[in-house]
Design a protein around this ligand. Sequence first.
Ligand SMILES: [Zn+2]
Ligand SMILES: [Zn+2]
Length: 148
Amino acid sequence: METTIVKKLLKDYPLNQWLEAADGCQYCKKAYQVRVTWVDESGNYGDLEIKEQHEKSCIEQFEPESHSPRWDTAGWEFTEKEVTILEHTFRPIKLRMNVGPCVHCWKLVVGIPLILFIDEGKGGEIDLCFSCAEKLGVLDQLKKKGDR
Ligand SMILES: [Zn+2]
Ligand SMILES: [Zn+2]
């Protein structure tokens, strides 16, 4: 059981440093790289660059536009209340720009995270990367629900 809840904001990520993203190429699974380039005064919102990376054998490797970094907005805010799901306590996200974090491993998710809406979205959302969702058993839980 985790007792301390990590709450990272965009300002807690190093500026101008390439970091591994939570997700990556759907084919070769190589993680994307992200670099926070600007954070506003609140510390919550800013800009980042995204660089796709591929293994030599990947079919996406031959797409020329995938090599130059692209720009996107990043940032988020938390809700007031924590929620506990599958014995893990999270602080849901209330607002998110295009890029936000996985609230478990805190890597940034470039694509679409797995989103769990709390109280139909009124209580915010829990965004997880797919490897964390799998590790925490969230995917199994959702599959079970679907079978009903
Ligand atoms: Zn690839
Ligand atoms: Zn994660």
